[in-house]
Design a protein around this ligand. Structure first.
Ligand SMILES: [Zn+2]
Length: 197
């Protein structure tokens, strides 16, 4: 429906919705369509020109094998992101290339806030999981990651990392970065957790 819009109109509409309006025409259209799908409608009086920020906790703890996480699984990730199987596989490869530097979490009420940093820009990604593990909100500093329901690849990689932690009690991080995690042997991905949970 946005194909006939002029770039200025697309940018205006994104601006009104508080979303990022940087990018090529195709990207702007995609962002508006995603925005529509997620039913993010910001009432006119609440609109600002700023990138809307998620409300985040003040303190976080580095994720480790004892961190309590809600039962996030790949189906939930796929539902949230709306990615195809192929795109999910691409993200898995990106995650396995260890682009995550650090992952921290904080539990507030029933929600688990996860903050990740990346080896490459953007360097900060946030996701919120409810107590069932379903992602509720996400934000990333990349152009596609604005708003509170960012569905960019960085959000996806962070969710894959958390899912890995839930499933196997470890997470693949950039090698230079230690986070008191069990040592991971790359040639043997089915490392058993140290302690039974
Ligand atoms: Zn991003």
């Amino acid at each position: 429906m946005y194909c006939n819009w002029r770039i200025a109109e697309l940018k205006d509409e994104l601006k009104k919705r508080g979303a990022s309006f940087i990018g090529k025409k195709d990207e702007l259209i995609e962002r508006l369509e995603l925005n529509d799908q997620n039913n993010i409608y910001v009432s006119p009086e609440c609109r600002t020109d700023e990138d809307p920020k998620m409300k985040l906790p003040k303190t976080y703890q580095a994720l480790n094998s004892d961190t309590i996480l809600p039962p996030l699984d790949k189906t939930m990730i796929r539902h949230y992101l709306g990615y195809t199987e192929k795109k999910m596989n691409n993200i898995m490869q990106l995650y396995e290339s260890r682009i995550l530097l650090t992952v921290k979490s904080s539990i507030v009420c029933d929600n688990t806030y996860i903050k990740g940093t990346m080896k490459t820009l953007p360097n900060e990604v946030d996701v919120v999981l409810n107590k069932s593990g379903n992602p509720e909100a996400s934000h990333c500093k990349c152009p596609a990651g604005s708003g509170t329901n960012a569905l960019c690849k960085h959000v996806a990689v962070l969710l894959f990392g958390v899912e890995n932690m839930v499933r196997d009690k470890f997470i693949l991080l950039h090698e230079d970065c230690t986070q008191n995690l069990p040592k991971i042997n790359l040639s043997n991905k089915s490392v058993k957790p140290k302690k039974p949970i």
